[in-house]
Design a protein around this ligand. Structure first.
Ligand SMILES: Cc1ncc(C[n+]2csc(CCOP(=O)(O)OP(=O)(O)O)c2C)c(N)n1
Ligand SMILES: [Mg+2]
Length: 788
């Protein structure tokens, strides 16, 4: 039998010092919330909020991690409601200011939940929508391996990815989707530390749940470490009567345990004596203790014992890189007056409670933000304690956020749609990417930095040819059995550490979390990646929260969604999407486009690759179609295509009507326009490539004008030649609200066409007639418009 690994114990003086840090973090986080709610002037009468109990629950976990275990290269997602503790840690590390602490949940102050974009580079991963930050750590670990194996990183030591999760976060389904995907990709070096306070927002969680969850983690190849008891309880268990005491606690329902914790020492004594008083030895344990001492003993859980936490983290570290879940038993509100109360999630200490807590902490009024105030350490001793933490060393002289130079994108992409040929934008996308994938000449460097991914729709979104050229990524080399056996297949998918496509299972939230992780690699690992993810347009909805989350952190990637709309006609049903153009308009930090022809696509794809890398850029989204259209022969103004619209046939000055189309319904609009022109010479035909960019430009110009800056939006210039009372007939294969705002630009009338119902199989003539997108419907709308 192997000898067990030696247990590395901290010296008792270091533990005593870390207990001082815990004390300070509990104070600072509670005070931060108190100050925001009870002291700072409140101008609007709204509750400011903050979560003193959620913070108190994880003080020891965060102390052990940040002041003993974490190294500068480790990356952390902190559970959203522990934001004040996280910021207090940064205050101790000299990376935050008391002013920003005092401004918790205020403009310019520290944010309610850790935010990369608002709080700055100390935040590795934003959190807020529970479950997503936790899962993101797993994808970030995968992407760290990717950039290292491709030699694209900055060469710093690899870090571990750590999530501090609330136990209720494990109710989110995306956690299990991520676990399964992580197992498939053999993800390593991930730790999830669960603050197991057995409370969520509304209530105490069911007792039997964690037995199940532990099993799930083990099934997914994770090591599970349960930290149930601290050193005081462990010592008590070794005494006569200790076994009975342990059994009693093990069997105690979560709700009773929480209630007794809230009630305190006398209640514990009453309950324990009633049930265990006759057990030999028990009274000898309980009787000599004061009520306070008994309460301290009974709440001495593993997640509140920094000594136990450090020991278990060290053991897991020594055991290797297996993903590890720590179930750290805690009490919500530990150390504060509402500890254990089931309603404490949003509870705030009263002024009286804070006054006595402040006194007990020996914090003089006016010295609330002084870091050494009330501690048994002088300021210089405290400094030395903090400096001894590995995490106190800077990751780089420039801090935690790295950078990498932009990758040059050639002026023109290789395929732009041969005039006269029939092609879809989806096919055009696949062709362009496959050409880039040859890695020839000026495209060599670009090709190296692109990484693609898809949730089981790689082939049907036309990424196959790119993947054939660049291979599938896997940490281990795996042969393509079909190819080795010389069986014919269009897909040649050998897997290796140099592959550039990450094949995902069908869960769309994982797609967006992976894109988030890939799109943050510049900052996290100094690796410039150009991540491209493909998905069916309707199933953007399935991953929507994760998409918004990725953009919220300013991750940079390109989303290509195809097929879209009702145009994939016979497939019908829930494969049709109508709300996605509106999502594209409303999503922050996401520039959305929908080309009709491949020449527009080539311009927009190139723009997306540049825009993703621009300091003031964003993620981008191309909504594409499988409908084949005859490609036009023309030359385009790229700036107009990028700005969102270009005249195919410019209107005469003062024209009474224009017809505007977006995407795959171009042929119906063109046919209608030919007839319209015969009736109304001088009418215009407008191609809309992005209602999102048009709308954003319009809002921006109006904002500038309000501040006295002259500005004209692209859509204002576009519509200017039309007469004031001109009519606009608009059509897209998406919800018509994407265009109906156009009438507000210059006060012109709009008749917007587009499906507002979906779900019917059929062929294009039937469906376009049914939903009012065919040429007749467009002409009817034009006639109505002309009649006024
Ligand atoms: C997706 C999502 N749903 C709901 C919420 C509202 N909410 C915030 S915290 C919380 C419960 C958190 O419980 P837990 O994760 O156990 O945290 P802790 O007990 O440590 O505060 C809920 C439901 C949220 N932030 N995100
Ligand atoms: Mg909880």
């Amino acid at each position: 039998m192997n000898a067990p690994a030696p247990v590395v114990r901290e010296t008792s003086s270091r533990i005593a010092d870390l207990r001082q840090i815990e004390k300070k973090l509990l104070w600072l986080s509670a005070w931060m919330v108190h100050n925001a709610n009870h002291i700072r002037p409140n101008r609007d009468g709204l509750k400011v909020g903050g979560h003193q109990a959620s913070c108190a629950s994880c003080i020891s976990i965060l102390t052990a991690l940040y002041f003993e275990i974490l190294r500068p290269q480790d990356r952390v997602a902190v559970k959203p409601h522990a934001s004040p503790v996280f910021h207090a840690i940064n205050l101790l590390l000299g990376r935050e200011t008391p002013e920003r602490m005092a401004g918790l949940r205020q403009m310019g102050g520290v944010q309610s939940y850790p935010s990369r974009t608002k709080d700055g580079p100390e935040v590795d991963f934003s959190t807020g929508s529970v479950g997503l930050g936790v899962a993101l750590t797993s994808f970030a670990a995968l992407m760290q391996d990717y950039v290292r194996l491709h030699g694209l990183d900055a060469g710093l030591p690899p870090g571990r990815h750590v999530a501090i999760a609330g136990d209720a976060e494990l109710d989110e389904g995306n956690i299990y989707e991520a676990l399964l995907e992580g197992w498939k990709h053999d993800v390593r070096n991930v730790w999830w530390v669960i603050d197991y306070n057995r409370q969520s927002l509304d209530s105490v969680v069911p007792d039997r749940l964690f037995g199940r969850i532990e099993g799930l983690f083990r099934d997914m190849g994770w090591n599970v470490v349960t930290l149930k008891y601290g050193r005081l309880l462990e010592a008590a268990f070794t005494r006569e009567g200790g076994d009975a005491l342990r059994r009693w606690i093990d069997d105690c329902p979560n709700s009773l345990y929480s209630a007794l914790t809230f009630q305190g020492g006398a209640a514990w004594r009453h309950a324990l004596l009633a049930e265990l008083g006759r057990e030999p030895g028990v009274r000898a344990i309980l009787d000599p203790m004061s009520d306070d001492e008994l309460a301290e003993l009974m709440t001495n859980l593993g997640g509140h014992d920094v000594d136990t936490l450090i020991e278990q983290f060290r053991l897991a570290d020594a055991a290797g890189d297996q993903p590890t879940c720590f179930i750290a038993y805690t009490i919500k509100g530990m150390g504060l007056p509402f500890a254990g109360h089931k309603d404490n999630h949003s509870g705030l200490m009263s002024r009286d409670q804070m006054a006595s807590y402040q006194e007990s902490q020996r914090v003089r009024p006016g010295h609330e933000w002084d870091v050494a105030e009330g501690l048994d350490l002088s300021p210089s001793e405290l400094r030395a304690v903090i400096d001894a933490a590995p995490f106190s060393k800077a990751l780089t002289p420039a801090g935690r956020s790295l950078s990498a130079p932009a990758i040059a994108v050639p002026a023109v992409l290789p395929v732009s749609g041969a005039p006269g040929r029939r092609a879809s934008t989806q096919a055009g996308f696949g062709d362009i990417l496959a050409e880039i994938g040859r890695g020839q000449g000026e495209f060599a460097d670009l090709a190296k930095h692109i990484v693609t991914t898809s949730p089981d729709v790689t082939v049907s979104t036309n990424l196959g040819p790119w993947v054939n050229r660049r291979g599938v990524f896997d940490r281990h080399t795996r042969n393509d059995v079909f190819r080795d056996a010389k069986l014919a297949s269009a897909q040649r998918w050998g897997m290796s550490p140099t592959g550039q496509h990450i094949e995902l299972g069908i869960a769309e939230q994982n797609l967006f979390l992976l894109l988030a992780a890939a799109g943050l690699q510049q900052s996290l690992n100094g690796a410039r990646l150009l991540p491209i993810g493909t998905v069916y347009d309707p199933f953007v909805n399935r991953g929507l929260d994760a998409l918004i989350y990725a953009c919220y952190q300013d991750a940079r990637f390109l989303l290509v969604s195809t097929p879209s709309g009702i145009t994939l006609a016979p497939e019908g049903g829930q494969h049709q999407s109508i709300n996605t153009p509106l999502i594209g308009m409303a999503a922050d930090r996401l520039a959305s486009f929908e080309p009709a022809y491949v020449d527009e696509l080539a311009i927009l794809l190139r723009h997306a690759l540049v825009h993703m890398q621009a300091p003031d850029g964003s993620a981008a989204w191309l909504r594409l179609s499988t409908r084949q259209l005859e490609q036009p022969s023309r030359s385009l103004d790229p700036a107009a295509v990028i700005a969102g619209a270009h005249w195919v046939v410019p209107p005469d000055p003062g024209a009474r009507i224009a017809l505007a189309y977006q995407g795959a319904v171009a042929p119906e609009a063109e046919a209608a326009f030919t007839e319209l022109q015969a009736e109304v010479p001088g009418a215009g035909l407008l191609a809309i490539t992005s209602p999102d960019r048009l709308h954003a430009g319009w809002i921006e110009a109006a904002r500038s004008r309000r501040t006295g800056q002259p500005a004209q939006a692209h859509i204002e210039r576009i519509l200017a030649p039309l007469s004031r009372d001109a009519a606009l007939v608009t059509v897209l294969d998406g919800h018509p609200a994407a265009h109906s705002w156009l009438g507000a630009v210059r006060g012109q009338r709009v008749i917007p066409l587009g499906p507002d119902h979906f779900g019917q199989s059929g062929d294009l003539p039937d469906l376009y007639r049914e939903y009012g997108l065919d040429t007749d419907a467009i002409l009817d709308a034009c006639a109505q418009a002309l009649l006024g």
